[in-house]
Design a binder for this molecule. Structure first.
Ligand SMILES: NC(=O)c1ccc[n+]([C@@H]2O[C@H](COP(=O)([O-])OP(=O)(O)OC[C@H]3O[C@@H](n4cnc5c(N)ncnc54)[C@H](O)[C@@H]3O)[C@@H](O)[C@H]2O)c1
Length: 445
């Protein structure tokens, strides 16, 4: 590794900012990591990493002499040559974008910026934010001119949690500077990480690229789920359909049905796109449909559990939930947009009471007020309503025979990802696989 003279500050040391800090240190930059969360900064100084990301602790530890952590954003602006923004851009309760983390960092940067510095936004934003919100704010606070006195670009983030430290080095990077010089400066840094760089004509093109990529995925998920719901009613396996189409026809890739597009990005980015369109009076019926279908695809699991309870005179209601993070593969402990939480919140809100609730996830350490079971068998012990909610490898491809003695019959198993291998359905089990439908054992029939 060549040690470089330049210092880079990263604002926002979350799932994106922290791996990015480790990667930039790894290619030779001196780093200043900034976060408003003082507790997080103290832990990072002691070498503690706040979430699960393979290779992150090792990456930060091996470059600890090149990484400073601070809550002092003014200090970071004064001592860095380039500033990257990876702060959060969540939605407010009313589904409108929350700009507060961006605004706070930009104010601090604007008040302390020096001529020649480069600012690069990586957070996912409403299209137009860099040029219409960030640039004027920086000019107002600094009294300087963007593009000549200081430089500004938007470069979206596309890495996936659980594989971030692999993808940072390999994924192509899209760069949209406010002018050519801004793009060249951003390109010079990002190409050191590896992966090709693509310079687009403006920040808003780069902002749009990020949003449409996630919107495209979220729409495909909604489409697969709609297909799956019809298949369930028609005794067709949607997986068989998707596989036959994908392997036979050259221009189509259909996803397999499951839950909706949950998690911190796929659930919010379509709404950020919609918000961008609303600003220009463009209607988005397809995006609206995608959002509705994806919300419904997850929440219908709560409805199915409720219906099952109301229709059957159960002797005890013992719920087991397997898979708590928003996804299982690549594995993560991130609970933002967790389908398990959404489903439990809905059941609690409906006043559904359980005699016991057992929850399990290989990585999650704390989940609402529930104690995490030590393994899948413990979670299943005595349960009669069982939800498989992620595709974590440790809860995939399980033979029903191996867990049968743990389950209290009659039982309902809702399988969102095709987790279970079932040869013959034993007596006393209702098995529902998303995209395929219900299989009833003879006893319940
Ligand atoms: N998580 C992903 O997989 C992913 C993927 C692509 C893009 N993104 C986008 O990247 C951005 C960051 O996402 P994330 O998942 O890392 O969020 P996060 O919530 O994990 O991290 C954001 C961090 O910013 C800190 N912060 C808030 N205000 C600050 C301020 N004024 N100064 C310094 N730090 C501040 C928070 O304390 C937090 O630690 C979001 O816009 C998100 O949409 C995320």
């Amino acid at each position: 590794m060549t040690e470089l003279k330049e210092t880079i500050a990263v604002f926002g040391l979350g799932y994106i900012g922290l791996p990015f800090t480790a990667a930039l240190a790894n290619v030779g930059y001196k780093m200043i990591g900034v976060d408003i969360d003082a507790n997080r900064i103290e832990k990072l100084k002691k070498g503690e990493v706040p979430f699960y990301e393979p290779g992150l602790k090792e990456g930060l530890d091996s470059h600890k002499d090149r990484i400073e952590y601070t809550v002092d954003s003014d200090y970071a602006v004064k001592n860095a040559d380039t500033l990257f923004l990876t702060v959060g851009t969540p939605l407010l309760e009313n589904d409108h974008p929350d700009f507060s983390q961006i605004d706070a960092s930009i104010e601090s940067i604007g008040k302390n910026i020096r001529p020649g510095q480069l600012i690069v936004l990586k957070s996912t934003v409403v299209i137009g934010t860099t040029e219409e919100r960030v640039a004027p704010m920086l000019e107002k606070f600094s009294g300087m001119k963007v593009g000549t006195d200081f430089f500004l670009a938007f470069c979206p983030e596309r890495t996936i949690e659980g594989l971030a430290l692999h993808e940072i080095y390999h994924l192509p990077k899209i760069i949209g500077g406010v002018n050519k010089e801004s793009s060249i400066k951003a390109d010079k840094i990002l190409r050191r990480l590896g992966g090709k760089t693509t310079v687009v004509s403006s920040p808003r093109v780069a902002e749009m690229c990020k949003l449409v990529d996630n919107l495209y995925r979220a729409t495909n998920i909604a489409f697969a789920n709609e297909l799956g719901m019809l298949c369930e009613k028609m005794n067709i396996d949607a997986r068989e359909v998707a596989s036959a189409v994908n392997n036979s026809y050259p221009r189509t890739t259909i996803f397999t049905p499951g839950l909706g597009a949950d998690g911190p990005c796929l659930s919010k980015d379509p709404l950020i796109f919609k918000h961008s369109a609303m600003k220009h009076n463009v209607l988005t019926p397809l995006v609206d449909g995608c959002v509705i279908q994806n919300k419904f695809s997850t929440m219908r699991i709560a409805n199915m559990v409720k219906d099952h309870i109301l229709k059957n005179n159960l002797n005890g209601k013992n719920l087991a939930i397997l898979g708590l993070a928003f996804k299982g593969f690549p594995e993560t402990d991130d609970l933002r947009g967790s389908p398990a939480k959404k489903i439990l919140d809905s059941l609690n809100k409906e006043g559904i009471k359980f005699d016991s609730v057992r929850v399990y996830d290989p990585l999650v350490k704390n989940f609402m007020n529930y104690q995490i079971s030590k393994n899948i068998y413990h979670a299943l012990e005595g349960s009669n309503i069982i939800l498989f909610l992620t595709n974590h490898p440790k809860i995939m491809n399980i033979d029903l025979d191996h867990i049968l003695d743990k389950i209290k019959k009659p039982a309902l198993i809702l399988d969102a990802w095709g987790n279970l291998n079932i040869e013959d359905l034993p007596e006393g089990i209702d098995y529902f696989r998303i995209g395929n439908g219900v299989k009833k054992s003879s006893r319940i029939n």
